[in-house]
Design a protein. Sequence first.
Length: 134
Amino acid sequence: MTCGCIYIVYGDYDERYYYRRRVRPTTQGVKCSECRRALRPLEEHERVHAEWQDGPQTYRTCDDCRSIIDAFFCNGFIHGTVLEDLQNHIDDMLGEISSGCIVDLTPKARERVCRYIEETWANLEADGFYGEDG
């Protein structure tokens, strides 16, 4: 079963001139560009070095956020907005996300996605979306 993909409309974002991805261990106190969690020393993560019109940028993505990207983003993503885009997608889908999308996530990523789903359902219920028959 395939997931409902999150398709990103790129609009007026800068064209990249250079983009290099690799997995490497953390050598200093850095944070994931998505969840902002401090990466532990020697924790493997994805490191991307990109050259944009406005200059170079480095992004680091922990395994948990990378598993969300792999499961939900079919045509690419914008660094630094993955969790916001995911939460918006879950809201747009009224919290109805296929279990096939969730099963291959890391445990922490699965916990985050399930929390987003539960928050969406709680908000819908508070707004009276389900009505009296729920």
